[in-house]
Ligand binder design. Structure first.
Ligand code: SF4
Ligand code: SF4
Length: 482
């Protein structure tokens, strides 16, 4: 029996066999002095009720035309089918979730395209979770490959303990070949290197929040902001911790420059790769820790900032859409993209007006790709606007196409070609831009940009660091803590 049928049945049971008119009469006689027992019209449901979203779809197909996977893969039925249509179909007892839901890359472009605010990615995530739970064999290579990719953070600490050995072994041709043949991870891509020191190790060595508090206080005094308190909790995610600590360090230095005390709470993966692989229970466990830790930081007066656009997307949109956790709405409401936060709370443009990166290698001429998850947060034009006042920086926007990698999606052997076909437009535009490096805020878009063009890729926070902090102007000599 479907939820809708159950609702009707429950109403019938509660109200007996009365007619509509008789029931209306019951309501009219209820009031002060009358015994009125409110009736639970709809049963409590453990599931999110997606019916209003499904009913809002008027089949315009705008979402289908915005889907990068549907554009290059004729066998993918598109977001309208994966969302409202599949939702309706699965109300029928004998209908299983269609396996094509695993072809959706979770780029979430369809969310922004729908004129009727149908919660498409919420529907896709829910359907994918159900498909993996009920239809996918837990003994299959696909399940374990996906689970491993989705739980990168579980393997990363081991690899990061012996980074040089890990990088050497994972770079070997035969290892990549075996990874594809046995596990379905494409051998076409080079594994990202592990840093020789994680961000969290650097942070602890540097003195953690105590040191940051001291630096922030000194910066506030220099800026004439004594007496004010500025505090952020940094959600660095897995990649900035294990692979690109330079991005996380740039965030710390830029925020301290503006007088912010940085807190680095305990955290787990944001859940982005888990949503994309239908591992909702893994994602829920990670979300429980993250929401708990970040809600505590918020109580202590911090706002949450993330340097990865998919992490901020997850905390802001996917958590409240999928998990009924205490504090989840508070965390969503107080989470920001790291650059967005500075733009809103500081005079970032004014501060950057007198700065220059002229002569700083790799910091002058960029081909910029706005990640889909940044677009979804309304941040598509942000980087160009923010970097514009810096003397010497040229940012060429490479257009609004998807990079195609979408986290773990482009790492799967069966999706590699689709991923590269989607990325073609971005590669062409990057090459036509005649820049010296790539620029983006998403770690996996960055992998794809480098893979498709051979460019070095920089994060926007690193450019801000070069302009605002530079060498030796962060209160302690030439990047003493680098
Ligand atoms: S864009 Fe929205 S309303 Fe149009 S078909 Fe897609 S889900 Fe339905
Ligand atoms: S999330 Fe991306 S890949 Fe998936 S249906 Fe929507 S637009 Fe297509």
């Amino acid at each position: 029996m479907s939820d809708a049928d159950r609702s009707i049945d429950d109403r019938g049971t509660d109200a007996g066999d009365k007619t509509e008119l008789e029931r209306a009469g019951d309501v009219e006689t209820a009031g002060p002095g009358n015994d009125f027992d409110p009736v639970q019209v709809f049963p409590e449901s453990e599931e999110m009720d997606l019916r209003p979203g499904a009913d809002d779809c008027y089949k315009c197909s705008t979402c289908d035309t915005s889907c990068p996977v549907a554009e290059v893969d004729d066998e993918f039925p598109g977001p309208k089918f994966q969302g409202p249509e599949q939702w309706r179909l699965k109300r029928q007892e004998d209908h299983d979730i269609d396996e094509t839901v695993m072809k959706c890359s979770n780029c979430m472009r369809c969310d922004g395209a729908c004129p009727s605010d149908v919660p498409l990615s919420q529907m896709h995530n829910t359907a994918r979770g159900e498909y993996v739970q009920k239809e996918m064999s837990k003994l299959s290579v696909e399940y374990w490959r996906n689970r491993t990719l989705a739980n990168y953070r579980r393997l990363a600490p081991l690899a990061a303990t012996f980074p040089r050995t890990s990088n050497f072994v994972m770079g070997l041709g035969p290892v990549r070949w075996l990874g594809e043949k046995l596990f379905g991870v494409t051998s076409e891509r080079e594994f990202p290197e592990f840093a020789t020191e994680t961000f969290r190790a650097w942070w602890a060595k540097r003195g953690g929040t105590e040191t940051s508090r001291r630096r922030a206080k000194a910066a506030r005094a220099e800026r004439g902001e004594e007496g004010s308190e500025k505090r952020i909790a940094y959600f660095h995610g897995c990649y900035a911790n294990y692979n690109t600590p330079e991005v996380a360090k740039a965030l710390v230095r830029v925020y301290e420059h503006f007088g912010y005390e940085v807190m680095v709470p305990e955290q787990r993966c944001s859940g982005t790769p888990m949503f994309a692989n239908g591992m909702l229970e893994d994602a829920r466990r990670a979300a429980e820790t993250n929401v708990d830790e970040l809600a505590t930081a918020i109580e202590e007066g911090a706002d949450v900032v993330a340097s990865c656009s998919s992490c901020s997307m997850s905390l802001r949109q996917e958590y409240p859409e999928l998990f009924d956790l205490e504090g989840v709405d508070d965390v969503a409401a107080n989470t920001w993209d790291a650059v967005e936060y500075l733009q809103v709370h500081e005079d970032l443009t004014g501060e950057l007006e007198e700065t220059s990166v002229e002569g700083v290698a790799g910091m002058e001429d960029f081909a910029y790709h706005a990640p889909c998850h940044a677009r979804n947060q309304g941040l598509a034009g942000q980087t160009r606007e923010v970097l514009e006042p810096i003397d010497g920086v040229e940012v060429h926007d490479v257009g609004d196409s998807c990079s195609g990698i979408s986290g773990t999606y482009g790492w799967k052997e069966e999706h590699y070609d689709t991923s590269m076909k989607i990325g073609e437009e971005m590669f062409e535009h990057m090459e036509a831009a005649d820049a010296e490096a790539g620029l983006t805020e998403c770690p996996t878009c960055s992998m794809q940009m480098g893979h498709g063009t051979g460019y070095e890729i920089t994060h926007t926070l690193e450019v801000l660091e070069a302009a605002l902090v530079g060498d030796g102007s962060d209160g302690g000599g030439a990047r003493p803590d680098r």
